[in-house]
Design a protein around this ligand. Sequence first.
Ligand code: GLU
Length: 298
Amino acid sequence: MCLLAFFPMSLSQRAYCGRFAPSPTGPLHFGSLVCALASFLDARAHNGTWLIRIEDIDPPRDVPGADQAILKTLARLGMTSDIPVVRQSQRYALYEEALRRLSQQGLVYGCACSRKEIAAVQTELGLPSHVYPRHLPQRNARQTGSVASHPNLQRSCRFHRSSLRLFSENLERDVGDFVIKRADGLWAYQLAVVVDDAEQGITDVVRGEDLLDNTPRQIFLQRKLGYPTPQYLHIALALDGHGQKLSKQTHAPAIDNEDPLELLNAAAIHLGLGSLNAKTPQAFYAAAQEYWAEKYLY
Ligand code: GLU
């Protein structure tokens, strides 16, 4: 198998642009604050641009008003987008165009199978439940979703940034084909995030480790669409007392009313920046940025 290491050469010539891209499925909690702060500090430490993008492409899961609540909490903590906030729900035409380009390359097929049917084929082929069977046979003529396939992809994607941890995944073996547009017409995260990162000129993605194994799929799509690949840094997740990821699914408490400095100081400790004990937000950001640069930039 040929391993392909990807260290984009052109990135140094592009002006740093980072982003925080929350899905509005609930209010900001400590876990998402840590991710927001990490990407914000990275952008500031690079003298770059930082933007917020609301990833609201899943109406059944999105909670009305959560986008505003997230933006309000971030602003209270001193983090505001350098450019107007973008919403994925207003960018479907871009995703449609990307789908068209992938289809033109023969990389997309429709799949009409239900979850149950997919599970049956997985059992039949002895595949783990997270691997989508390649070229799943179409069983009927129902309205189909779209799946990106990667013919002859015998490569792994490897990438890292500063953490010295190299992540490698063989898409064909570990992931299989993957959905880029759902049968109900909704756009899948993988396609939307790739299109928006490219279209918004994102050079550096700093996000939680839970998304680490999505990155090879995203790099695959970037290559097929002719987009540059950003640098990726995945940070350790904040866990609850039971070792579970703090998330909306595990009912992590919202952080609406807590003291901003206490929250920021706690998030800095989680990021390994030490106990800053800053007395004002200005002092916090000045110190945190410096410690971030020491830990992650050099
Ligand atoms: N919208 C995703 C989430 O809230 C994050 C996407 C990303 O950072 O790539 O989990």
